[in-house]
Design a protein around this ligand. Sequence first.
Ligand code: HEM
Length: 464
Amino acid sequence: NRLDPIPQPPTKPVVGNMLSLDSAAPVQHLTRLAKELGPIFWLDMMGSPIVVVSGHDLVDELSDEKRFDKTVRGALRRVRAVGGDGLFTADTREPNWSKAHNILLQPFGNRAMQSYHPSMVDIAEQLVNKWERLNADDEIDVVHDMTALTLDTIGLCGFDYRFNSFYRRDYHPFVESLVRSLETIMMTRGLPFEQLWMQKRRKTLGEDVAFMNKMVDEIIAERRKSAEGIDDKKDMLAAMMTGVDRATGEQLDDVNIRYQINTFLIAGHETTSGLLSCTIYALLKHPDILKKAYDEVDRVFGPDVNAKPTYQQVTQLTYITQILKEALRLWPPAPAYGISPLKDEVIGGGKYRLRKGTFTTILVTALHRDPSVWGPNPDAFDPENFSREAEAKRPINAWKPFGNGQRACIGRGFAMHEAALALGMILQRFKLIDHQRYQMHLKETLTMKPEGFKIKVRPRADRE
Ligand code: HEM
């Protein structure tokens, strides 16, 4: 066999390993397989191999961008129906990838975060205002409210649009279309006859994509016409409309700008909400850590419960940031990413041959629990894993929730600031109640989020 000696689970004729993979929770299934089969294994997906890597040593080697590059295949390739050649779903060699990467570094940089901060506070206040007005017995659907927060935040900071998710019972029609599209994309597996039973869904996908494109195209066209002038606005759309790529001297065209906005909405609505939801879960299960988090928020934000946090204050929430990083370790919302070798390779100190282009998945969920890095008890939630000393001691490429190298998440600073602010404002006001004694159950879509997680809140009695 051409991938020998890489282990492989038992196969069936024709389909190989394809049908034995749990299609509702593939990542969790792969994570179990990694425990059984070790730091590298491969699956035969009806003739095409996927190599799954999760050991730290191998991931470290595969993070060398001179030898390996991101690959847009499988489900991610199909996300191009919505994301086109936007940053997330573009191949590195497509001209629009480097062009948009160069132009977008500025609106995702540190200085830009300061200008988004007031909009982030605006949306986080809508969340805490909603929670303040609940009756004592009302339940909060955590993922729903966190998704409302993250979606509205990227809408406002990204292109000055208000989805107003806190003022409606269902999601905005754009989000309904987006969620339905991603569902269809994830259900498509390239099986025989799939085209037949998926016909209706595929038609709806076409309609949904057309609807989303139209809405975003109108926002862009409106801005081009607007009397205010593009330069007056400080959002990402303005940066994309005026930014020039230094390397080529070119600007982004409107179709590509639309794809970037679609991309920010995919990234903005799925991932940061998963992070916040998992973090709240972890805090409920660890009263000692929660106590330290309250202490930090009280110290940094001060005694006035209604004081709006400043940008500087949010950057001082260092323990909260450790908690968020630890949640990203145990429950990475983007649980895997795909790369492939740029030429024929031998990895693992001469052990394994990988042909040029072999689809290789970095299984972040398993990497983040590799005992060679995280010690004998890698499943325990411990923010001390991200104390300054622990971070300095840790080998590189052990913690990869945001992907790798130049293709890593461009929105990570945005996500971390938004999450620290929101969590800080929640803890500033509320006691959290785990009335269901919820146990983590992860639902997989394009990302992983807790399913059916409800809490109740009360105003903090200790601050009254
Ligand atoms: C790429 C995770 C939030 C925009 C990525 C990648 C990961 C990731 C793992 C690399 C994917 C790959 O290699 O295929 C996360 C997580 C987030 C988050 C865990 C929140 C906790 C955001 C936000 C935005 C964003 C808020 C935008 C507003 C992007 C974009 C890319 C990307 C545009 C593609 C970058 C490129 O290839 O040039 N993200 N992300 N992400 N993310 Fe995020």
